[in-house]
Design a protein around this ligand. Sequence first.
Ligand code: NAD
Length: 316
Amino acid sequence: MAEIVVSEAISGPAMDALTAEFDVLCDPQLWQDEAALRSALVDARAIIVRNQTQVSAELIEGARQLEVIARAGAGLDNIDTEAAAANGIVVTYAPRENSLAVAELALGFMLNLARNIPNAHVDTRAGNWNRGQFVGTELSGKTLGLVGFGRIGQLVAERASAFGMRVVAYDKFLPEDAPVVKQLGVKLLEFSDVLQQADYVSCHVPLLPDTRHLFSSQEFRQMKPGACFLNTSRGEVVDEAALYDALLDGHLSGAAIDVREAEPPRPGGLAALDNVLVTPHIGAFSREAQLRVVEMVCKDVRAVLTGGEAQSTFQA
Ligand code: NAD
């Protein structure tokens, strides 16, 4: 039986080095088969996952040799961190290593929505030359409303300011006098004020019990008519049916979503609307970010398995 179980697609030079040193079972589909995963973990000392493997209390209880759970990414919503702590298992992750990739995707979403690039591309590739049909808007002078002003929200703010946007933000836990607020020239507001003032609302909160469906009918109705909504955080933060209604009746003019309530989602729904951009949870998927993420978690797994200390741990 393997010492290290990798239950999703994770590769790169750091993983190759780990494989050369330890007995590693690498099966990108393992997360889909709970029984096989449970059996692979009976003797394993480490598991490395992305966001699809549900590392539940039950799975942890059955993995008696487990010393470290490594999450190759930022959010820990698929890991029962309390059960890990109760069983003395280290949880390591890469909270900063992919933030820039997500922030750049959010900027890309805004530019694509403002200029309708995806539809213009499809139309032009079909042999048309419909210049008049693709008159867009500028980001400069518009208001960006960030919901969640942590690592990613701050990187988005910095970049949006460079485009000449006014940036307002709501963060439940960040103190008003946090130096970064002044430093980035952002105005911290109440949630409803951000919704009412922003031309683009971009969501950057973690998935927690109180952020599940943080955006539902009421929140979308509070947004400015014609505003756009972006989600690169977690799908469950958004009530997709409510977003669909707000887009279909024209209250919102567009949306761009990288993450879905169910992944992969059923065909149709939001993806069938012309004013919606969808991507398959690729926020973190830049080559540079993936190298940083995999390097960080492999380093920490190696440290724990050789009696050292992990650098990037989460304490429940
Ligand atoms: P972070 O912890 O640095 O920032 C999150 C911010 O949200 C914090 O400042 C926190 O105070 C705030 N917050 C928490 N609950 C809130 C609430 N109820 N209302 C308002 N604000 C609240 O996290 P981050 O690195 O900026 O990442 C944000 C999220 O992005 C992650 O939790 C993860 O789910 C998601 N993410 C997605 C991808 C992707 O591939 N699309 C990649 C990385 C991260």
